[in-house]
Ligand binder design. Structure first.
Ligand SMILES: [Zn+2]
Length: 248
């Protein structure tokens, strides 16, 4: 029977993609006010706009993960018309991932342990030549997070290289609360994935009030939440899954 450490009943990770400036301008003080840690999947070029803040974010114990150098997604996105995954090779995506690790280390002194698939896309090529790049992520990282997913992760059986990440952009806390309750029923791990952090009701913006409600809920001991970075929870689950496999 699976149990979370310290009598917790579920885990939640807060994740934010692309290293957008609002994450450090608005989000960092809020997270530090509550002394909770989140995971930031960074595109290195974006870090340069607020480099000092990103360095202090890393020093404060938040996780900086890999989100590739060029953020390649399906060619259908206007920003990917010139670098769509349909035109990638496995070698090219692997080189871009290792280059991102190198840049994140030189900019912020971190060694990324986890990865977020840009746009949640996990393929290269097209048609009968399509291939998955999940095995590359599995080789280089402790965990890889998808997006946008419809469910939480089940600790004993989830594939750490393809974790579900549920979008919480724009949503009020009332929408997220039932997801938390579902997750608790299965002793699961809910990974929330967002982009900007702010007060405006904009596309791809996590609402400050929602973030505050979520954190206060998670910090209430009665709710049994382990709120931590993707790397910290994934490291625990890797050990749990290893133990389960050894028993069989
Ligand atoms: Zn992204």
């Amino acid at each position: 029977m699976f149990h979370w450490p310290k009598h917790k009943r579920l885990a939640i990770s807060l994740t934010f993609d692309d290293a957008r400036p609002s994450q450090v301008d608005t989000g960092l003080d809020l997270l530090n006010e509550y002394n909770v840690h989140a995971t930031f999947y960074a595109v290195p070029n974006n870090l340069k706009k607020r480099l000092k803040q990103w360095q202090s974010l890393a020093e404060a114990g938040h996780e900086i993960g890999n989100h590739t150098v060029n953020h390649p997604c399906s060619i259908n996105f206007p920003f990917c018309r010139e670098n769509g995954l349909e035109d990638y090779t496995l070698d090219r995506i692997e080189q871009e991932i290792t280059e991102c690790n190198r840049l994140l280390h030189s900019l912020c002194g971190v060694t990324p342990e986890t990865f977020a698939y840009p746009c949640g896309n996990t393929f290269i090529g097209r048609g009968i030549n399509t291939q998955s790049y999940v095995p590359i992520v599995a080789r280089h990282f402790l965990a890889g997070r998808g997006f946008p997913s419809e469910w939480h992760n089940v600790p004993e059986v989830c594939d750490l290289a393809q974790l579900n990440g549920r979008s919480f952009d724009q949503l009020p806390f009332e929408i997220i609360l039932p997801w938390i309750e579902q997750t608790r029923q299965e002793k699961g791990w809910l990974i929330l994935a967002g982009h900007d952090i702010g007060f405006d009701d904009q596309r791809q913006m996590v609402q400050v009030n929602t973030l505050r409600d979520l954190i206060e809920y998670a910090l209430n001991p009665a709710n049994g939440v382990w709120l931590d970075t993707v790397a910290n929870v994934a490291r625990h689950l890797k050990a749990v899954q290893k133990e389960i496999n050894n028993e069989h």
